[in-house]
Design a protein around this ligand. Structure first.
Ligand SMILES: [Ca+2]
Ligand SMILES: [Ca+2]
Ligand SMILES: [Ca+2]
Ligand SMILES: [Ca+2]
Length: 231
């Protein structure tokens, strides 16, 4: 069976494909770190965004904190679509969710989560994590720029699975006055220690995939069957 066909069928049936075998360095022009699980490590959706201040409209695109870091040095964005970060404002906050992965501890003092805070001003950000989006635990703060936190230091282990991260600008640090990018500026959030999660297809999807698989196998058999020798 062709490899692409097998891959497509495995994906349709909800199997996880093998994770990268080695850590991949991922960062922006201000820094980064190795992410053993690659691209999936990053936050996938915005739960809430409560800017304070607030920053100017081009710097209020909460979606700019999702996915891979992409800050390249532009500090005054023309609009949200052409911006790489979201500004929280003095004391503002954002809650991000991991959809295809979960943040975990590492079982040691290695850093587990990395916050990409960007721009010329170093702006401290409080970090809280949650398994259910309701109960939160503070894991301290990052002191601006791109930086990581070891969540094992707060009593967690590799068996703790977190889906939510809340970032809150420290109103007593960094720029607090008026300005388009007041408060911490978030480009991306990545889970260094992470597990891949696999969505479970609906029962109907399994049935359809199974029928499709049987059909493909019978087609393959038909093509491979040797023609009967003429008598
Ligand atoms: Ca992800
Ligand atoms: Ca750790
Ligand atoms: Ca700022
Ligand atoms: Ca970004």
């Amino acid at each position: 069976m062709k490899k692409w066909l097998l891959t497509s069928m495995m994906t349709a049936l909800g199997f996880a494909l093998a994770a990268p075998a080695h850590a991949v360095f991922i960062g922006n022009i201000q820094g980064g770190t190795d992410f053993p699980q690659g691209d999936i490590s990053f936050a996938d959706s915005v739960v809430s965004y409560i800017p304070a201040g607030p920053p100017s409209p081009p710097h209020r695109g909460a979606f700019n904190a999702l996915g891979l870091p992409d800050y390249a040095g532009g500090n005054s964005c023309p609009n949200q679509a052409n911006c790489s970060f979201v500004s929280l404002g003095g004391g503002g906050s954002i809650i991000l969710q991991f959809d295809d992965n979960k943040l975990t501890g590492s079982g040691d003092a290695a850093l587990d989560i990395w916050i990409f805070e960007v721009g010329p001003n170093v702006e401290d950000t409080f970090v809280d994590i949650s398994k259910d989006g309701i109960n939160w635990t503070s894991v301290g703060k990052v002191f601006g720029s791109t930086a990581g936190i070891d969540i094992d230091a707060f009593g967690f282990t590799a068996s703790d699975l977190f889906s939510f991260v809340r970032l809150t600008d420290d109103i007593n640090e960094g720029g607090t006055g008026a300005g388009g990018t007041v408060g911490a500026d978030i480009d991306a959030v990545g889970a260094i220690s992470t597990v891949r999660t696999v969505s479970v297809p609906e029962p109907g999807t399994f049935a359809l995939a199974g029928i499709g698989l049987l059909g493909l196998l019978s087609m393959g058999r038909g093509r491979l069957r040797k023609p009967c020798a003429k008598t």
